[in-house]
Design a protein around this ligand. Structure first.
Ligand SMILES: Cc1ncc(COP(=O)(O)O)c(C=O)c1O
Length: 422
């Protein structure tokens, strides 16, 4: 993003042009920012541990244009469901380029996952006999819940620790790999996902130590090799302007240091080190361009925009913060204002007492920052408000990468029985 004479540009495309061409609300992604984010992180981790690979957690933003950027950069795909495996296949990825980390799988999920031939990452020991009933994965991992989780985006997004539904209890890990070995599995990996949006490098060292102590013992006792260890996602970005950025270089250095020392301690054959972030790659590359449509002076002044909770769910779901710019007014005096969307829920009144430009008025364009991850992919149709368009910008070029929904999308797959039509 750049602001020139108070006019906001995403890469080199004015937001006025985005609004005029595609309407609002519209998600806009900066292609070069995604590439820079990916390359910065990959450079850091490969510097300290050359056998390193990223898988992109496609759940955060599943537009195939965005996922293809990350594929071009060399990422594999972390799939949370069978449909995400199918999305990966649409990118031309399968086999060991895709990891299936579903949880509480149905038999159908298991069968489809096996058929796809991707890496199976089991969320619990109870899944193993159910998987083996249908086949034996070539390469099998277990998701470990190391008993500790951390989140800078609220407790709702804490993916490990005693309160989380994910992963194997550490006491079950040895048994899980033993059972898999006895069933004839020969290739193993290990996985965990304890953190969300963490900007403290020390956290990444700490969780690496935790998981290596758990799986190192299994490697030694069962005499198995781990081909990879996946530390999950969780590389954080600052949502508030006063927050610091993650020192990715330091995180990589600390992780590699403890990883290598634990490999030596447990006499392990060095596994590939993997991570599967999403927010770090796409979070700050995405924006929502919206319009001010109504202003109410009641108990306080509330600015009404077309960016509702159905378009950006995070504030209503998690109370999360997103910075807001107002095109043409960035140099204006600010006063505390409220801002909301158009959905009939008070959680849609998602900005309260925020310093916003005093002169904000009807027709102004707002730009919401850090919307590239868990933005569109969490959007929905409540109140008959349809999902927005998505646009990719690269330099002066802009490309529609998903059409705005229309009324046909609202009634698609709906059937009205004959007796209700009279
Ligand atoms: C299993 C798994 N891997 C990776 C990710 C990506 O996390 P992040 O966007 O914090 O990097 C998530 C997010 O919830 C996840 O559940």
């Amino acid at each position: 993003m750049q602001i020139v004479d108070q006019q906001i540009f995403l890469e080199e495309v004015p937001v006025t042009q985005i609004a005029a061409t595609y309407g609002t609300p519209t998600y806009v992604y900066e292609e070069n920012r995604i590439r820079e984010n990916f390359r910065r992180a990959l450079r850091a981790f490969r510097k300290y541990y050359p056998d390193f690979r990223f898988f992109y957690a496609i759940k955060a933003n599943n537009n195939l244009a965005i996922a293809n950027i990350l594929r071009q950069e060399g990422a594999g795909i972390d799939a949370a469901s069978v449909n995400e495996i199918l999305l990966a296949q649409k990118l031309g990825l399968g086999g060991n380029d895709v990891m299936f980390s579903g949880n509480f799988l149905s038999d159908d999920d298991i069968q489809q996952g096996l058929k796809s031939g991707v890496i199976f990452n089991l969320d619990d020991i109870s899944l193993l006999p159910r998987v083996l009933r249908y086949g034996r994965p070539d390469l099998l991992a277990f998701r470990v819940n190391p008993g500790y989780g951390q989140s800078e985006v609220g407790d709702f997004v804490c993916n490990a620790g005693p309160g989380a539904k994910f992963g194997l209890h550490p006491d079950h890990v040895l048994d899980a790999y033993r059972q898999a070995k006895e069933a004839g599995v020969t290739r193993f990996g290990a996985h965990m996902m304890p953190g969300s949006c963490v900007r403290d490098p020390e956290y990444f060292r700490f969780i690496t130590e935790l998981v290596m102590d758990i799986i190192g013992k299994a490697a030694k006792e069962l005499e198995i090799n781990f081909e990879f260890v996946d530390l999950g996602g969780g590389l954080g970005i600052p949502y508030k302007h006063e927050d610091h950025v993650l020192d990715i270089e330091k995180a990589a250095e600390l992780v590699a240091e403890v990883f290598k020392s634990k490999i030596a301690q447990y006499g392990m054959k060095p596994p590939q080190l993997m991570m599967e972030p999403a927010r770090y790659f796409v979070g700050d590359a995405g924006y929502i361009v919206g319009t001010v449509h109504a202003i109410k002076d009641s108990y306080s002044r509330i600015i009404g925009t077309d960016v509702s909770m159905n378009t950006l769910a995070r504030p209503a779901m998690y109370g999360s913060y997103h910075h807001i710019y107002v095109n043409g007014r960035e140099n204006e005096e600010r006063i505390p204002l409220g801002l909301c969307g158009q959905v009939c829920e008070n959680t849609d009144y998602w900005v309260k007492d925020r310093p916003l430009p005093k002169g904000i008025t009807l027709g102004d364009l707002i730009v919401i920052e850090n919307a590239g991850a868990y933005g569109y992919s969490m959007s929905y149709q409540y109140n008959g408000r349809l999902r927005p368009a998505e646009v990719l910008v690269n330099g002066k070029e802009h490309y529609l990468i998903r059409e705005r929904e229309n009324i046909d999308d609202l009634v698609r797959n709906v059937f009205v029985p004959e007796h209700l039509r009279k």
